[in-house]
Ligand binder design. Structure first.
Ligand code: MN
Length: 702
């Protein structure tokens, strides 16, 4: 019997004749399409799709998956178009083949790229039809089984990709058997010597252990019989790759790992699981802290079982898993178990697919009940690498960032200059806050402006060290240059009070004063003045000390331009705006804080020249200044919108809005509005007054 006929016989145990014939037709189509092509082993190429279909038949997959398996390399390797497949086999099968081809075509430059690409493609494929992934996994499994004929380098590349990508996917989908096979085959291809050594060691250990294994098995069987419980006791061994990982990861000796005896007890229903657990706990003492109830709280991939560890005779540890037959199927085949459990052969394929989705949904519900939905939602997204997010630049490059990263982290990851001049961002083409945490798969675009500077508030939300370091550095530089220039203005001001200017002070004298203060450069001194650490007036007197000083004659205040930056700030208590009479309070480390002349907070130091300097607004002052208004008005519907509309109509911006009290008729609204100056503020207030029901508007000052 030829290969396809043997498969057809197997298929007829669970598929209808029509469906088996469709699979046959797909086979003959593939045979013709691949005619003349050979595998590396010399066999006709079609043996490969046939074997892939065979793997899916073991899982009792539906006829469309099997047809897609037969045709999965046709688009890729023979140049037949998807449309031709649609015409021959229908939309669904053609879509499946196309999906598998797309997954096959992925070529990964870096691991990060592989994972991100993979994440997206997988997520998309899964959303459309989960069978695409199952066919792809079967394809990869057959390639792994026949890896030996490939050259060393290619073999290692495929094995590595299998361990990094396909084994985790199988695991996420709960397909334990496939994962174990991927891992053992991948391990063998990557490290043939180590794999062989562990295999031999396991074989030797098996002989030594046989007696103990038999004894434990017998006592477990007796124990169940005594309690009148039915269950199958199976001894189990760890697979080679997991032994290897334990030896490497946990630095355990081979003997230590093999000293554990592991059994599985498979029973009829969940209730029996717990009774068996009770029975074995009375047989041997359980190891505290090792009991896990994955029946009540399943793992993220849907795995259910009870786990416990016992002290056997002479203290040998015995690991026991207890589960039902159905849980066992689920543990081995995961999502594919649905096709295995298909009730009737004539059920619509849509029904099976729907049930697979139902499975995903079912696990979700289980997880929610267990209060663990987050974990599962993560896994449904097939985010295989949960500690990182992968986002795309507008040109499609992939950036890997730690979880929780924001657009600012992204900007600094692209380039320091991009970070430093970033002012806004678009996430998936929409404007979004710079502080928003990025999600895998998003496309992030940074909007920059020449001359823009990092905002100190960014330090509150960035997560990458790179962003943090560069923001701090930029702020420090900025602060430095701003304080130097403010210091220079303050000092010039003070010197002009003595009828002189900085340029007229001899260099030697400046050097002497710097030496007195143990400073190296004039800029250091100016920065200190700008930061409010030293009084300009005092320094001016020092500089002039040898030249017969005069009484200060301060004529006219320092003019504020609004562009002084970090070394000049506006007091929050009285929120001065251009046009208000103001005074500068020198506060160490913070530079000059601008207060209203009448502000109560500085009343005590108002006339102390060491603490306060006279200020005025420069004619060309620019910027937006916040003021707080208190509006009392009759309560009415849509009041906030009305107020916002008026402020807007007067070109003001609302920064904050709050409703304080409401005594029946009157509402009191607190508005923080940003304006250019007093004239602008007057315009805003006039506009607000025109609103119906407004009783009073006052500007709030401390
Ligand atoms: Mn293939």
């Amino acid at each position: 019997m030829s290969g396809i006929e043997a498969l057809a016989t197997r298929l007829s145990t669970y598929l209808g004749d029509d469906q088996v014939n469709l699979v046959r037709r797909a086979y003959f189509y593939a045979e013709q399409a691949h005619d003349g092509q050979r595998r590396r082993s010399g066999e006709a190429y079609v043996t490969h799709p046939l074997a892939v279909a065979g793997i899916l038949a073991d899982m009792h997959m539906d006829h469309q998956s099997l047809m897609a398996a037969m045709l999965h390399d046709v688009i890729e390797d023979t140049g037949i178009a998807k449309e031709a497949l649609t015409a021959q086999f229908g939309e669904t099968v053609a879509e499946l083949v196309d999906g598998v081809s797309k997954l096959t075509q992925m070529n990964f430059e870096t691991k990060a790229e592989a994972q991100a690409e993979n994440f997206q493609k997988m997520a998309m494929a899964m959303a459309r039809d989960i069978r695409v992934i199952l066919v792809k996994l079967a394809d990869r499994l057959h390639n792994m089984r026949t890896l030996e004929v490939l050259s060393g380098e290619k073999r290692r590349r495929i094995a590595k990709e299998t361990l990094e990508i396909y084994a985790p996917i199988a695991n996420r989908l709960g397909m334990h058997s496939m994962r174990v096979e991927f891992e053992d085959l991948g391990f063998k291809a990557m490290h043939p010597m180590r794999s062989e050594r562990i295999r031999a060691a396991v074989r030797r250990a098996r002989g030594n252990r046989k007696e103990i294994v038999n004894k434990i098995e017998e006592s477990l069987i007796h124990c169940l019989a005594r309690e009148g419980l039915e269950g199958e006791v199976i001894g189990r061994e760890k697979h080679l790759f997991s032994i290897y990982q334990k030896m490497r990861g946990k630095r355990k000796a081979f003997n230590e790992i093999m000293d554990v005896y592991a059994f599985r007890i498979v029973v009829d229903k969940a209730d029996t699981c717990y009774r068996v657990l009770g029975a074995v706990h009375s047989l041997y003492k359980p190891l505290p802290g090792r009991f896990k109830d994955y029946i009540a709280i399943p793992k993220a991939n849907g795995y259910q079982s009870l786990h416990t560890t016992l002290f056997g005779m002479h203290g040998v540890p015995i690991e026991i898993q207890i589960r039902t037959r159905e849980m066992e199927e689920m543990a081995n085949n995961g999502i594919a178990a649905h096709w295995l459990y298909k009730s009737s052969s004539d059920e619509a394929p849509k029904g099976t697919h729907a049930r697979a989705r139902q499975w995903v949904k079912g696990v979700l519900e289980l997880q929610q009940r267990a209060g663990n939905s987050l974990e599962f939602i993560e896994s449904v997204k097939i985010d295989l690498f949960p500690d990182e997010v992968y986002v795309f630049t507008p040109k499609g490059s992939i950036m890997e960032l730690p979880k929780g990263s924001t657009a600012v982290d992204f900007a600094y990851a692209v380039h320091t200059d991009v970070g430093n001049t970033c002012i806004a961002c678009r996430i998936n083409r929409r404007l979004a806050p710079l502080s928003q945490a990025l999600e895998s798969g998003s496309t992030v675009e940074i909007v920059t402006a020449p001359g823009a500077r990092p905002n100190p508030a960014w330090l509150n939300f960035v997560v990458t060290g790179k962003a943090r370091t560069h923001i701090r550095h930029a702020l420090k530089l900025q602060r430095r240059s701003e304080s130097v220039s403010l210091g220079e203005r303050l000092l010039s001001k003070a010197l002009s009070g003595f009828g002189t200017q900085l340029e007229d002070i001899p260099q030697e004298r400046i050097a002497q004063v710097l030496a007195e203060y143990q400073m190296e450069a004039l800029d250091d001194l100016l920065a200190d003045i700008g930061l409010g650490n030293r009084m300009a007036y005092v320094i001016a007197r020092r500089l002039l000390a040898s030249e017969g000083e005069q009484a200060p004659n301060v004529d006219g205040p320092l003019a504020i331009r609004g562009t002084e930056g970090l070394v000049l700030s506006y007091a929050k208590c009285c929120t001065p705006i251009p046009g208000d009479p103001i005074v500068g309070h020198l506060s160490a480390g913070k530079g000059v804080v601008v207060h209203l002349e009448t502000c109560r907070n500085i009343a005590e130091v108002r006339h102390n020249p060491d603490k306060c300097i006279p200020l005025s607004w420069s004619k060309d002052v620019t910027g937006e200044f916040n003021v707080e208004l208190r509006v009392e008005l009759e309560h009415q519907r849509g009041l906030i919108a009305l107020l916002a509309g008026s402020v807007n109509a007067a070109d003001g911006n609302i920064e904050k809005i709050g409703m304080d009290e409401r005594d029946g008729r009157i509402s009191v609204v607190q508005l923080v509005v940003s304006v250019h100056d007093r004239i602008h503020l007057a315009r805003v207030i006039r506009k607000l007054r025109t609103l119906a029901g407004v009783e009073r508007i006052t500007r709030v000052r401390a």
